[in-house]
Ligand binder design. Structure first.
Ligand code: NI
Length: 288
């Protein structure tokens, strides 16, 4: 594990390798503290200017793995490209409900060509968004269902986007999400009861930085109460920046604030929470 991390660091930080390694060894007595950002959009233009520095900051801050998420064909290709460039980055492929309007047989076929790439570890984000309705609801549903079948075909877990469509997403997953790998409801915005219904179906729940907001009592209750085995943590960077960085662009390092808040809510040691949630990510996505 240590060797691997040093390899990653060496690869990414040729100039800062020495100090990075010393920093990590001194702080953790040889035990790597692992925190994973289970959902970021590193391909987005917000990171075009300083992606290397963003990744450097994440590694230095103990965020040892990042999953970067595809939202359409071009974004999935770019996510995979990043994952192939950096050992500690993994990618997903899929059509986000916002982009469902652009998906057709040929773009889905192109996505399917990436389904067996070693660094592609999940299908998503896919789902329904009846809040913004950037794509017509019927098309969203059809593309969501088709991609659930594709994920099943490739035996990949799914990453679910659900905004103002809890009941519909739940019903579709009950019918079509019955693959062995299940997946995660990302950026969970429902209540505890809904979270438990998804968990009973075998899904994980991922909590974003909104849990640090003052008025976020519902998501705070979810983060504090669901079984630890089902809990994932994410940034959804560049969106949903946690306090105290709220207002700025989000980045993987800031998952630390979210994890600290959840540890506090659960009255748990931060490092134990980081370890347990990272184990969940590694198990769910079968990371090496
Ligand atoms: Ni996202």
């Amino acid at each position: 594990m240590i060797t691997h991390f040093i390899e990653y660091a060496t690869y990414l930080l040729p100039k800062a390798v020495g100090s990075t390694i010393i920093h990590i060894r001194l702080n953790h007595n040889g035990v790597i503290e692992m925190l994973i950002d289970s959902h970021a959009h590193l391909d987005m233009p917000e990171f075009e200017k300083d992606r290397e520095q963003v990744l450097e900051r994440a590694l230095e801050g103990g965020v040892t793995r990042v999953i970067t998420i595809g939202i359409d064909l071009p974004s999935s290709l770019k996510a995979l490209e990043l994952a192939n460039k950096y050992d500690f980055i993994f990618s997903t492929i899929g059509y986000h409900p916002h982009n469902a309007k652009d998906a057709d047989d040929s773009t889905l076929e192109e996505l399917a060509k990436l389904g067996r790439e070693p660094k592609v570890i999940a299908w998503g984000e896919i789902g329904l968004d009846f809040y913004r309705r950037h794509s017509p609801p019927e098309k969203q549903k059809r593309i969501f269902e088709e991609q659930l079948d594709m994920a099943g075909h490739f035996d990949l877990p799914v990453i679910i986007h659900d905004r103002d469509a809890h009941r519909e997403v739940f019903e579709i997953l009950k019918e079509k999400g019955n693959t062995s790998r299940k997946g995660v409801i990302h950026c969970f915005s429902g209540d505890y009861k809904m979270a438990m219904a998804f968990i009973e179906m075998g899904f994980h729940i991922s909590i974003p930085g909104t849990v640090t907001y003052k008025k976020a009592s519902v998501v705070q209750e979810v983060a504090a109460s669901i079984p630890i085995e089902s809990l994932l943590i994410e940034t959804d960077a560049p969106f949903l920046t946690p306090v105290p960085e709220r207002g700025k662009r989000n980045e993987p390092l800031f998952v630390t604030y979210t994890a600290r808040k959840i540890a506090e809510l659960r009255q748990m040691d931060f490092r134990e929470l980081a370890r347990r949630t990272s184990e969940n990510v590694n198990r769910l996505f079968r990371l090496p």
